[in-house]
Write a protein that binds this ligand. Structure first.
Ligand SMILES: [Zn+2]
Length: 94
């Protein structure tokens, strides 16, 4: 018998977001909590590589739009839509 185990996470359960630098040979990380007051997105990695949050002057990047939505969800008291969004992941392999 095969047993598959999944992790199911409600977006409201997110406690931290880790930004990882995408530059080759860097991959430095910064972890922040979207529920903290005065939450601010890091503008650069710890090695000083600048991170962009806009595609154009007026349009946020795809990742920035996700962060805006996530921050809105985690700081809201209750769902106004009548449903919760759950994310499902395979259990990490040991
Ligand atoms: Zn970097």
């Amino acid at each position: 018998m095969t047993v598959e185990r999944k992790w199911v996470v409600k977006l409201n359960d997110v406690k931290a977001v880790t930004f990882q630098c995408a530059r080759a040979n860097c991959e430095a990380r910064i972890t922040v909590s979207p529920t903290e007051r005065n939450f601010q997105w890091p503008q650069a990695c710890p090695m000083g590589h600048r991170w962009e949050f806009y595609e154009t002057e007026r349009r946020h990047s795809r990742d920035a739009r996700f962060l805006i939505a996530l921050q809105d969800i985690v700081t809201a008291k209750d769902s106004e839509s009548g449903f919760n969004v759950l994310l499902e992941f395979d259990e990490p392999k040991a």
